[in-house]
Design a protein around this ligand. Structure first.
Ligand SMILES: [Zn+2]
Length: 132
């Protein structure tokens, strides 16, 4: 009895930890997006001095330019955050996508959207891990 109520409690704790993580990932995602939306708006205002035609064109291609404004790294992180949220839903979060070992908590705290353990991450950066 005591044992079952204890495991119930830890399951609950795990669920709330996941919620915290999900929130953290969502916030991180929003932060990256708003940072670049802001940058882009500032860039557009700077070009307002030109003809209206230029402004119209800028508005039409807003989304395209927004994606251009993101650096490869930021785009990659957004992608990895989205994937991490999917893994949270699937219950595979925290496992290395390559060797399936648990990713150390310290690493997840630093990089909550980490896909690989440190060893595999190094290999991935050297192009030695085949992405599925
Ligand atoms: Zn690994």
């Amino acid at each position: 009895m005591a044992k079952s109520s204890r495991s119930k409690k830890s399951a609950k704790k795990k669920a709330s930890a996941q919620e915290t993580l999900r929130r953290r990932l969502a916030e991180q995602r929003k932060e990256i997006l708003s940072l670049y939306e802001h940058d882009l708006r500032v860039g557009q205002e700077a070009s307002d001095e030109g003809s209206e035609d230029i402004v119209d064109r800028a508005n039409n291609s807003y989304n395209r330019e927004f994606m251009f404004a993101l650096s490869d790294t930021e785009r990659q992180i957004l992608l990895e955050i989205d994937e991490a949220i999917v893994r949270l839903d699937e219950g595979t979060y925290g496992s290395c996508l390559n060797c399936e070992q648990s990713i150390p908590k310290l690493r997840l705290r630093a990089v909550p959207w980490a896909r690989y353990c440190i060893d595999c991450q190094e290999r991935a950066e050297q192009g030695m891990v085949l992405e599925s």
